[in-house]
Design a binder for this molecule. Structure first.
Ligand code: DC
Length: 228
């Protein structure tokens, strides 16, 4: 039997790493829904449809039909890469520019409707680990296991700071923290599918856990469900 696993949580709380490692352990497909919102944002930037950080709703809505986001397994990395209209954009969508614009795009109802329906199709065959902000509440409300991951803001800021530094971006710790706070606010306060813990989600506080401990704990919960 295969099940669906929904993982939601704040930015940089370790949920993507958890989702990736858990999917590998279970031989399930991993769907990074944040990558889909990032890809839509990248398309708009590349086409010059976001100017000086300004987002025009009608322009975005008109562009949606021209945007196709898919995932393809990359065996050398043992994980899926994100493709925007057939082009691998896995690295480009993680840039600070896209990170700062994506929450504005992800607030638009039409964008969410399009991506949620794609995500629901991806979940139809089961055997999926999907991470995002609204997976347990809106995308896969019937997922058999739901996790809601949190971690202390300073711990998350440090992780994000280290990650950016390793990619060659120079930002101060305070700037990184400020950006995370802003994204938390946007994610939890938007009208459409805000980030909220689903009633039946299991809270995983990742502040004092290593990633190995987090994966082991989650894997145990999934195994208990599978053998029930
Ligand atoms: O997980 P991430 O940082 O790659 O997500 C990028 C942005 O997309 C983030 O600002 C929140 C938004 N997002 C969302 O609104 N719903 C999702 N299911 C996933 C991401």
């Amino acid at each position: 039997m295969k099940i669906n696993i929904a993982i939601d949580g704040y930015s940089s709380c370790g949920k993507s790493t958890l989702a990736k490692l858990l999917s590998q352990k279970l031989a399930y497909n991993y769907i990074d829904t944040g990558a889909m919102y990032r890809s839509v944002t990248l398309y708009l930037v590349n086409e010059g449809l976001i100017k000086d950080g300004k987002i025009f709703k009608e322009t975005v809505i008109n562009a949606l039909d021209k945007i196709d986001v898919t995932f393809q397994f990359n065996s050398s990395k043992n994980q899926s890469d994100t493709y925007l209209n057939g082009v691998n954009v896995e690295d480009e969508i993680r840039s600070p520019e896209i990170s700062s614009l994506v929450s504005g795009i992800s607030q638009l109802r039409e964008v969410r409707q399009k991506l949620i329906s794609l995500q629901q199709k991806m979940g139809e065959g089961k055997g999926i680990v999907m991470d995002g902000r609204d997976i347990g509440t809106a995308v896969l409300p019937n997922a058999e296991v739901k996790f809601f991951v949190t971690a202390d803001l300073d711990v998350r800021s440090q992780r994000r700071y280290d990650e950016l530094k390793s990619k060659g971006y120079e930002y101060s710790f305070d700037k990184v923290k400020e950006n995370l706070l802003e994204r938390d606010h946007n994610d939890t306060h938007r009208e459409e599918n805000p980030l909220v813990q689903a009633e039946d989600a299991i809270l995983m506080d990742n502040t004092d856990l290593t990633i190995e401990e987090l994966v082991a704990k989650s894997y145990e919960i999934v195994q208990a469900k599978l053998t029930k």
